[in-house]
Design a protein. Structure first.
Length: 172
């Protein structure tokens, strides 16, 4: 009987070992599964961030796609306005009317593409973030110290981005 008991004990021990191995294998599989789930979730989150970032970059690109063209056209617009100012002095009303129509059409076309003129006038407070000071002159009065005396060149924005800062003369 003792052999039967020993044999039974060995069999029980083997069964316990087998159960332990099965339990540890099951735990290992659960651990591996949780690691793979974590990897998947991280990869998914990374992909979502990538999609969001590229979408945002694409929208920004569309907003500022015309920036290079606009910066090339701004000096032409300035020259056109200077020419228009000279034509106003000549007293030729028909020529002036035609040139003003062309000027308005050009400005409207550019504004439809997102170009806006920055509002700057004499007496505004000079802001380094928004204006480019060409020179400083003694201010004609005390209330114009640190303020804009004259606007030499108009500034423009494309959407929310400044593409040309207004060039101004500041009172000292």
């Amino acid at each position: 009987m003792s052999k039967k008991k020993e044999h039974k004990k060995e069999k029980d021990n083997e069964d316990i070992k087998q159960e332990t191995i099965e339990i540890s294998a099951e735990e290992q599989l659960k651990e591996d599964l949780s690691k793979e789930k974590d990897k998947f979730l991280r990869l998914f989150a990374e992909f979502e961030n990538y999609k969001r970032r590229t979408s945002k970059e694409r929208i920004e690109l569309f907003k500022t796609a015309n920036e290079e063209l606009m910066t090339v056209l701004l000096p032409i617009l300035d020259d056109f306005e200077r020419g228009l100012a000279e034509i106003k002095k000549a007293d030729d009303s028909e020529l002036l009317k035609g040139m003003e129509l062309i000027n308005n059409k050009l400005k409207n076309s550019l504004s439809q593409k997102g170009l806006t003129e920055m509002e700057v006038k004499s007496g505004d407070v000079f802001d380094v973030e928004l204006h480019e000071a060409i020179t400083q002159i003694p201010s004609p009065s005390d209330d114009l110290k640190g303020k804009i005396i004259d606007v030499i060149e108009q500034g423009y924005k494309l959407g929310d981005k400044i593409i040309r800062y207004p060039k101004v003369v500041v009172g000292q």
